[in-house]
Write a new protein. Structure first.
Lengths: 165, 425
């Protein structure tokens, strides 16, 4: 069992020093996702700007608790999607999903996935795939909620609520 | 590296022979690592006699029970009901009819909680009544009572946990009162390992007329359990944690209570007669066993409790205590490691949950697994107990009658390796 293929240095680096951590204003949606089998949790906020084809992911902020894989995946995801047009971010999500569900048979494109290629090894540990996907699912959920809620032009950012979860 | 200095007192005689009864313990895993199975509180391994009893039943005696009039039907019924006799004897139940077979311990608790919701008369739970549980329960002894109290407008109340992982009984006079209808608690915590004073709590509960359910899922596997001495009105456990198969659990209940409760599931075998207008119901235990029961599982469970009885539950308990003490000692040498729950082996069962600063339990179990060591990581279906100690999850090692001190040494080495791997301290 090749532990080092699971715990790539990049993953351990993100785990020790997560990027974009903490909950920030402004945001249009906040979600709380839990992995019921292990208890990993993430509270995640998404802030979008623009309308129509020009929607951009302005910010993804989060408060997450969980294993190295789930923490690192959250950090890498935030790096990847912040600043990207929505359509491109959604395509990245699909690309990452394909990698994770490939049981190790998918060769990731580093040009596209950047640090997320480090998760290729995780796909060979079926029990850990859900760890890597928790925050991506949360991000997709929050983003879909914003898009579904209103034409973005009319969306006004919320301010931070008193309670966090 | 830890060096095994002494063999702890109380280990089972012929431990190597006992291990030889469990074929799976001879397995090697990836990279040639021998299996070190420290997840027995999750499910126990099975001795050859249990496997053989089940195979023999399927190969030679298989038929439905009670309703088949042929020779095989009689043999299968004898095997199934023989399982009930063995369980009744193992628990020192006053009557075999008080042993109800369910799917698992969760179903056994749900059976009681649901039939209490439907009960009329003195057992009925209604608005203003209280059901008392503890903060250290497994989710299966929380959720059925949440459902019951929500449905009936009753109130769910909780015993707390002390800082050292014992039940906080300081407010028992307030918690156990004339509104208390049910007290449901675990005998041995699956997370903290705590052994609770169930007889004393049952005595207090009975003073106010409450019924007492004891979740013995972690107790029956590892200590002598005498239902008559326990003080319980209902006691549940599951087959797969007592070296038996999955798919079968046990509800033991006092006859007068089981007879007062309405049926749980409706179906075949639980009736006396059925007409289009109404049905009348069979006596216990059939009243609570609708449909074809877990037949080969009952045969396997019977073989399992016979196996444990032959070794002797006092001896099993002594072994668990010896291993637990040895493990607590070993774990105390790992810097940054905190054991949750009582620190003395005599106060606890053989499940030890712990945290390692800077390494998440999932990552601990992943690294241990790469060395053939099987432990559990997560909330162990005891989220309130984890919350009480301010942790989201933990790593849990749990021993059983086949666990050796050398396996504990392997675990301790594995934990040191884990810390190195994640570059902590």
């Amino acid at each position: 069992m090749d532990l080092d293929s699971l715990y790539q240095e990049i993953i351990l680096d993100h785990y020790k020093n997560p990027h974009h951590a903490g909950l920030r204003d402004p945001f249009e949606a906040e979600v709380h996702h839990v992995n019921p089998t292990c208890g990993d949790e993430v509270t995640l906020r998404v802030h979008l700007s623009g309308t129509g084809d020009d929607v951009v992911i302005e910010d993804v902020s989060y408060d997450a608790e969980g294993c190295s894989i789930s923490q690192a995946a959250t950090s890498v995801m935030a790096d990847l999607v912040i600043g990207k047009p929505l359509a491109e971010a959604l395509a990245l999500h699909e690309e990452f999903l394909t990698l994770m569900q490939g049981r190790g048979s998918v060769t990731p494109d580093e040009e596209v996935l950047e640090d997320a290629v480090a998760f290729a090894g995780v796909a060979r540990f079926p029990a850990r795939v859900k760890c890597a996907l928790l925050s991506w699912m949360a991000w997709k959920d929050a983003t879909s909620q914003i898009v579904a809620a209103a034409p973005l032009a009319e969306t006004s950012p919320q301010t931070s609520p008193e309670e966090t979860r | 590296m830890t060096v095994e200095t002494t063999t702890p007192a109380g280990l089972l005689d012929g431990l190597e022979l006992i291990r030889a009864d469990f074929p799976i313990l001879g397995r090697t895993l990836a990279d040639g690592h021998p299996l070190v199975y420290l997840d027995s509180a999750n499910t126990s391994q099975k001795p050859q006699v249990v496997v053989d009893a089940m195979v023999d039943h399927l190969e030679r005696h298989n038929a439905n029970v009670a309703r088949a009039m042929h020779q095989l039907g009689a043999e299968s019924t004898a095997g199934f009901e023989g399982g009930r006799d063995k369980v009744a004897a193992f628990l020192n139940a006053p009557s075999r009819d008080e042993v109800i077979f369910t799917k698992n311990a969760s179903e056994a608790i749900n059976l009681v909680a649901n039939t209490l919701a439907w009960a009329q008369g003195p057992l009925a739970v209604g608005p203003g009544d209280e059901v008392l549980v503890t903060e250290m329960e497994h989710h299966s002894n929380i959720v059925p009572w949440q459902l019951l109290t929500e449905r009936k407008g009753a109130r769910l109340r909780w015993f707390g946990i002390t800082d050292d992982g014992r039940l906080d009984l300081s407010n028992i006079d307030e918690l156990v009162n004339e509104r208390t209808k049910v007290v449901s608690l675990t005998w041995v915590s699956n997370m903290l390992g705590t052994v609770n004073p169930v007889a004393e709590i049952a005595r207090r509960a009975h003073e106010v007329g409450a019924v007492v359910l004891v979740d013995a899922a972690q107790a029956v596997p590892q200590m002598p359990v005498d239902v008559q001495a326990s003080g319980a009105d209902f006691l549940v456990f599951t087959g797969h944690k007592v070296t038996g198969p999955t798919g079968i659990g046990v509800l033991w209940g006092r006859r007068e209570l089981l007879e007062q409760l309405p049926p749980f599931l409706g179906g075949g075998e639980m009736i006396s007669t059925v007409s289009m207008e109404r049905s009348t119901y069979a006596g216990i235990p059939s009243k609570f066993e609708a449909g074809t029961p877990p037949i080969v599982e009952a045969v396997g469970l019977g073989a399992a409790v016979d196996y444990l009885a032959a070794i002797g539950m006092d001896a099993v308990r002594a072994h668990e205590e010896a291993i637990t003490g040895y493990a607590l000692e070993g774990l105390s040498t790992v810097s940054g490691l905190t054991v949750l729950g009582p620190q003395r082996a005599e106060l606890r069962g053989g499940a030890i949950s712990f945290e390692i600063e800077g390494v998440h339990p999932h990552d601990v179990s992943q690294v241990l697994d790469s060395r053939g060591i099987a432990v559990r990581a997560g909330h162990h279906c005891a989220k309130p107990a984890h919350k009480r100690f301010g942790v989201q999850s933990s790593t849990r090692m749990s021993s059983y009658l086949y666990t050796t001190p050398a396996e504990i040494d392997t675990l301790i080495d594995g934990l040191e390796y884990t810390k190195k791997y994640f570059k902590v301290d």
